[in-house]
Structures are given as structure tokens and as C-alpha cells.
Write a protein that binds this ligand. Structure first.
Ligand code: UD1
Ligand code: CA
Length: 429
């Protein structure tokens, strides 16, 4: 089976200078959500129709998988026209093509699987994935005959008042027999309110020619959501966040304020970790067991927090690993850093990882103690059980050897006889 994703539209209703399908949902462009699901279905070829912002869409997807092929739709004349421009790539040999919209990112993989099975069982020339929803506004309505058979899809704008009451809607996902699809498309006219060639008009053409058309109402209301406006985008985000929190709660993570906690879908969190309110956790983050995260923590893409670590209030961690039992409890920025186990990072500590041109690494080894308000100018390394005094600035390319205590600006080793008080002042023993 081949697949086709429509993604050439501008997305006028977003009022945006970049293409709709590139708007991020949990940090990932809308279309990538669709593409990765389709690729997991074991499709042969995946053709993506691009147009508005073509170069950006291509570069957002180009290297994911060799099965992806792009086809340009120069003018966006409607979903039917978009499919027609892919005729050569898809071909008209017998066999099915799965068609999806690039702006419906929440579609469930199991639903797709079930839909494909139903289609194959019934031997229809076209199947529509439909859903019964409470708010059908904006979607195409599935028109059925009194005997229940599908008669047509009517778009919101072109539907009669009576038809607008229908709550079974078109999700924008279809399975078509290829020869039937392209033959029907040749007959579709742009005689509707938008003057566009609608893919949905192929349904009536095919029925008129005596073909078997089915609609399978197997999709949930939330998952079929098409993103047309920024309001839709926020709704979809909230759906994903809410689902993630529910999964976390079910798997033994305490999330104290579900409404005020944002965790990307692919994040993993171990048992007995507590997440305090106003915490924001991005994609590809891994958090261990028994951690305390937040309130007001910001854990960014690709970070790993090991068991029993604590990331406290107003702490930002990015592209870093934080070791077991390590505490970063207040007001810190930790970027591009390897923090070992059992490290204590004092309030206000900053890793200065960016020199204006490049990002650099910081290494803080096991058992180190970083005094409050330390600045670690990367690249820099603080050895095992080494200490920095409060307010220290450890300069780039320096290496605080294991066990050594440094302090001052710039930080220098201080004698054994000297100790650092909690206030960061030196006093003689
Ligand atoms: C479409 C369906 C509607 C369905 C809804 C589900 C049609 C006519 N209507 O409406 O029945 O309920 O999706 O979300 O198909 N696109 C192109 N080229 C074009 C026009 C559109 O590639 O010339 C792409 C868009 O980029 C988008 C997708 O097709 O990714 C759907 O287009 P959109 O304008 O959002 O259709 P809807 O009005 O939502
Ligand atoms: Ca849409």
C-alpha cells in the first residue's frame, strides 16, 4: 500500500507567514506527527503534496525516510486537485492508496490499523474514516441514505441547514482503489462555494458509477481533529498534554496539578517521581524514579535526569544529564552539561555554555559541591568532590582537580586551612 499526504495549503486561517503543517505541536511540526505514523504502517511509498512553503516543508521532512517522495502542487486548487497532481507518482495500477491530510496530527495508529482492516474486509473501492462528533462545525458531513449506505460528503459551506445537523464527519483519511480514484477525479468539477476541486466529490462520482463506498465510524472525536486555526492548535496541544498526564498518573508518577504541567508525549518518567506545578518538560527527556521536579522547572529537549535527582524551582536544564541523587534546587541554568551522581548545585548556579559563536560542554563530576551563584564558563570541568565557593567564576578551559576547593573571580584554589562558610566568605580555621 502506498500513501499520500496533502500538505500544499497555506493554512490561511492560521494567519501565519509559514506553512500551517510546520506549526509545532509539542515542539514537532504538525506534518511530522502524521508522517511518522504513516511510515510505521509499513507503506511502500509515501508521496507528500507540497506547495506553499515547499522548501521549508521539504527540509523539515526530507531526511526522515527514503520512502518519502515530494510532488509539487503549484496552485492550491483544492484537495481533489492536490491528489490529481500525484497521479504519475502514485500510478493507476490496481491496489490501494491511503490518503491523509497533513493537518490532522492526533490520529491514532490503532484507529488507522482498524480502518485499513475494515476496508480490506469489505472490498470497497473507497473507504472513508469517519467519526461521530459533538461539534461537527467546519468538517465535511457524511451523507447517508435511509438504508445507511454512504451517498456523499458535503462540505460545511455547501451543506444544507439540515445536513449541518449531521454529526458524522469526514476525518480526511481515505483508502481508495487507485484506478477508481483517478478516473473519478477527472470528473470532479469546482462548482462549489470555494470554487475548489474537492477530493470529497469523488464519492458521489464513484457511487454514481456503481462502486462500493463505505464509511467506517471508528475514530474518536479528539483524534480526528484537523488543525485549521491557532485555537485548534492549542486544543490539540492540550489533548496531548492531558493524555500524557493521565498516562503518567497511571504509571506511578504524581503530578500535583495536571492543568499546570506540560510534558511532551515521548517523555519517560520513573515511578514515585513527583512533578510539582508549572513544570514544562520537552520532547526526548528521560526522568528516573523518585525524582522531585519543579515547581517552575523547565527541562528541555534531550535531557536525562537520573533516579532521586531534584530539579527545583526556576531551574532550566537543557541537553544535559543530571546524575543520581543530584540536587539543583533553585534558580539555575544547566546547559550542555554532564552532572555526575550526588552533586549539589547551589542556588543561582549558571553554566555559561555559549560564547557568542558556539556552545561548549561542562562536566561536573560525582560528589562535587558547587557554591551558590557560581558561574562555570564552558568548556570547563569540575572534578570529583571538588568545591566552588559562592560567587566563584570558574573560567573557560579550567579544570578544577578532584577534591580541590576554588573560590573567587576568577576562581583560584584556596589553601586547605581555609574553609568556605555558607555565606561564601572565607575564614581561617
Ligand atoms: C477537509 C475535507 C473535509 C474534512 C476535513 C477533515 C475536502 C474538500 N474537505 O476540509 O471534508 O472534514 O478536511 O479535516 O477535502 N491541501 C492541499 N492542496 C489544496 C488544498 C488543500 O494540499 O489545494 C491540503 C492542506 O494543506 C491540508 C489538507 O489538504 O493539509 C486539507 O485541506 P483543508 O483546506 O484544511 O481542508 P478542510 O477545509 O479542513
Ligand atoms: Ca483542515
Amino acid at each position: 500500500m502506498d500513501a499520500l499526504i496533502l500538505a500544499a495549503g497555506r493554512g490561511t486561517r492560521m494567519h501565519s507567514s509559514f506553512p500551517k503543517v510546520l506549526h509545532p505541536l509539542q515542539g514537532v511540526p504538525l506534518i511530522r506527527h502524521v508522517v511518522s505514523k504513516v511510515l510505521r504502517l509499513n507503506v511502500g511509498k509515501l508521496v507528500i503534496i507540497v506547495g506553499y512553503g515547499e522548501a521549508e516543508v521539504r527540509s523539515a521532512l526530507g531526511h526522515i525516510d527514503p520512502r518519502i517522495k515530494f510532488v509539487r502542487q503549484t496552485k492550491q486548487l483544492g484537495t481533489g486537485h492536490a491528489v490529481l497532481v500525484a497521479k504519475e507518482q502514485i500510478g493507476i495500477d490496481p491496489g490501494d492508496v491511503l490518503i491523509l491530510a497533513g493537518d490532522a496530527p492526533l490520529l491514532n495508529e490503532q484507529t488507522l490499523g482498524r480502518f485499513i482492516k475494515e476496508h480490506q474486509k469489505t472490498g470497497s473501492q473507497v473507504s472513508i474514516l469517519s467519526s461521530e462528533v459533538t461539534a461537527p462545525k467546519g468538517y465535511g458531513r457524511i451523507i447517508r441514505r435511509p438504508d445507511g449506505k454512504v451517498a456523499a460528503i458535503h462540505e460545511e459551506l455547501d451543506a444544507t441547514d439540515k445536513e449541518r445537523f449531521i454529526r458524522e464527519i469526514n476525518s480526511g483519511v481515505y483508502l481508495f482503489s487507485r484506478p477508481h480514484l483517478f478516473r473519478a477525479l477527472e470528473k470532479v468539477k469546482a462548482t462549489n462555494k470555494k470554487n475548489e476541486y474537492y477530493l470529497t466529490d469523488t464519492i458521489e462520482v464513484l457511487i454514481g458509477n456503481g462502486n462500493k463506498v463505505s464509511a467506517f465510524c471508528v475514530a474518536g472525536e479528539e483524534e480526528i481533529m484537523g488543525i485549521n486555526t491557532r485555537n485548534d492548535l492549542i486544543k490539540a496541544n492540550l489533548v496531548l498534554y492531558r493524555k500524557k498526564i493521565n498516562d503518567l498518573l497511571a504509571s506511578g508518577v504524581t503530578v500535583l496539578s495536571p492543568e499546570n504541567t506540560f510534558v511532551a508525549s515521548d517523555v519517560t518518567v520513573g515511578e514515585d517521581t513527583i512533578i510539582f506545578p508549572f513544570t514544562y518538560i520537552e520532547t526526548r527527556v528521560k526522568i528516573g524514579k523518585g525524582c522531585r521536579i519543579g515547581p517552575f522547572a523547565y527541562i528541555r529537549e534531550g535531557s536525562r535526569i537520573d533516579d532521586k535527582a531534584q530539579i527545583g524551582s526556576f531551574v532550566e536544564v537543557v541537553r544535559s544529564r543530571v546524575g543520581k541523587g543530584t540536587m539543583i534546587k533553585h534558580l539555575s541554568y544547566v546547559g550542555d552539561t554532564e552532572v555526575g551522581d550526588q552533586v549539589n548545585i547551589g542556588a543561582g548556579t549558571i553554566t555559561a555554555n555559549y560564547d557568542g559563536f558556539k556552545k561548549h560542554k561542562t562536566i561536573i563530576e560525582e560528589g562535587a559541591f558547587i557554591g551558590s551563584n557560581t558561574v562555570l564558563v564552558a568548556p570547563v570541568k569540575v572534578g570529583k568532590k571538588a568545591k566552588t565557593g559562592a560567587g566563584s567564576v570558574v573560567l573557560a578551559d579550567s579544570n578544577v582537580p578532584r577534591g580541590m576547593t576554588v573560590a573567587g573571580v576568577p576562581a583560584k584554589s584556596i589553601k586547605k586551612s581555609k574553609r568556605i562558610s555558607k555565606m561564601g566568605k572565607f575564614y581561617e580555621r
